[in-house]
Design a protein around this ligand. Structure first.
Ligand code: ASP
Ligand code: MG
Length: 418
């Protein structure tokens, strides 16, 4: 019996027509004889609306109640998709995350899957049903509070799908969305962006971390660890999309596989902070405790016992970060805390970048030729990121896309390969 796990995103389920379209796709796959587990997101912007609604009631909702509220989005879509399948004569049953055996830790709003108990899903498959699972949610396995509803963080339905594919040993895991797959850059920023037929897990993870929003990063991680090949495809076409998998040919391909752009970034600077032990801890420990991710960090050479310390946080966390740091900064004796939310990041990503020093030089040279000032730089083994003014983001991305010939398939491959 070949088992397929599919996931459909919110925009693919935004209204009754789209739900019927998705149901027809599922029924067609079922008709080929495969057993099917289908994970669904909430319809359209339902999750955003629910968050907004809670915000109208309180600025500080209880995390447990918030999870109960948000989980209802996926309750709706899984029931509706199941009804649509019934109208097509396809046997199907919907399950909540808890019923599907998704067991998590107790971290409301960002729970991690501890294990998957597949008993109920297997029974339903055995009975001939297509199993429609509410994504993005699970229930706690912890003995004191067992059975509490949790959610897995925004975009968490991807993680539900990959976890189920891993646990059930699925033959395929397909993520259906409103774009054709993973591109060399965000096509809204770089019109010449090209669809990638294949991308390695590590490269995909870096792109996702640096702002590519097609898949939740944890889902990619989970796929990598469990060796689940993931196809990212469009709900609205038959294009095979992009396969995310271990890529043995990585060294033969273009060394830069793609670029990512990210506007969700803000820079904070502690001006003239005393240059002594404990300052970095005093600044970053409270941010970590508040769950705020610090990304790039630059500390300048000290002068007269004082130094400037700059770092970036997601722009969506800026207000919280500032509120946290203002009293601390005064206490430390820094001159002031400045913030800049008109910055953005552009990154090049490719498995070969680490072995080719020329890539950093080409990136910096390209930005210089465009007259774009680089404010901060960070690197990983397979990535170089520059922080620049947000106003230059599109120009920078297009110039880099050209400089690394990303619009050309197999660019960078030795001539005889063409
Ligand atoms: N509905 C949730 C969200 O919008 C989960 C998902 O779509 O994957 O974040
Ligand atoms: Mg969604």
């Amino acid at each position: 019996m070949s088992l397929v796990v599919q996931k459909y995103g919110g925009s693919s389920l935004a209204d009754a027509d789209r739900i019927r379209h998705v149901a027809r796709r599922i029924a067609a796959e079922r008709a080929t004889g495969s057993s099917l587990v289908v994970v669904v997101s909430a319809m359209g912007d339902t999750t955003d609306h629910l968050i907004e609604l809670a915000g109208q009631i309180t600025r500080d909702p209880d995390p447990r109640e918030m999870d109960r509220l948000l989980a209802t989005g996926e309750y709706q879509s899984c029931a509706l998709v199941t009804m649509a399948l019934h109208t097509l004569g396809t046997a199907a049953v919907s399950l909540t995350g808890a019923q599907a055996g998704i067991r998590t830790d107790t971290a409301h709003g960002r729970a991690r899957i501890a294990n998957v108990d597949p008993a109920r899903i297997l029974r339903e498959l055995e009975a001939g049903n297509v199993v429609i699972v509410a994504g993005f949610q699970g229930s706690t396995a912890d003995s004191h509070s067992a059975g509490e509803i949790t959610t897995l963080g925004r975009g968490g339905s991807d993680t539900t799908a990959v976890a189920l594919a891993a646990r059930l040993g699925a033959e395929r895991c397909e993520i259906f969305t409103d774009v054709e797959g993973i591109f060399t850059a965000d096509p809204r920023v770089v019109p010449e962006a090209r669809l990638l037929p294949v991308i390695g897990y590590e490269e995909m993870l870096e792109l996702a971390h640096q702002g590519a929003q097609v898949m939740q990063t944890r889902a990619v991680e989970l796929g990598w660890v469990n060796d689940v090949e993931i196809a990212v495809r469009s709900t609205f076409s038959d294009h095979p999309g992009t396969r995310i998998k271990e890529d043995p040919d990585v060294e033969q391909r273009n060394k830069v596989r793609g670029l990512a752009t990210d506007r969700n970034v803000a820079k904070l600077t502690l001006v003239a902070v005393p240059d002594r032990p404990g300052i970095a801890r005093g600044v970053f420990a409270p941010l970590a405790d508040a769950g705020i991710n610090v990304d790039m960090i630059v500390q300048n050479v000290g002068h007269a016992g004082a130094t400037d310390l700059s770092f970036t946080v997601p722009r969506s966390d800026l207000v919280r970060a500032r509120r946290l740091l203002e009293p601390i900064v005064t206490e430390m004796g820094a001159r002031e805390l400045t913030v800049d939310d008109s910055v953005a990041k552009v990154s090049i990503v490719g498995a070969g970048v680490q072995n080719a020093p020329g890539y950093a030089a080409r990136m910096f040279g390209t930005l210089a030729d465009e007259g774009i000032n680089i404010e901060m730089i960070s690197t990983s083994e397979i990535r170089i990121t520059c922080m620049i003014g947000e106003a230059h983001l599109e120009k920078a991305a297009r110039a880099l896309h050209r400089a690394f010939e990303l619009e050309r398939p197999e660019a960078g491959v030795p001539a005889q390969a063409h």
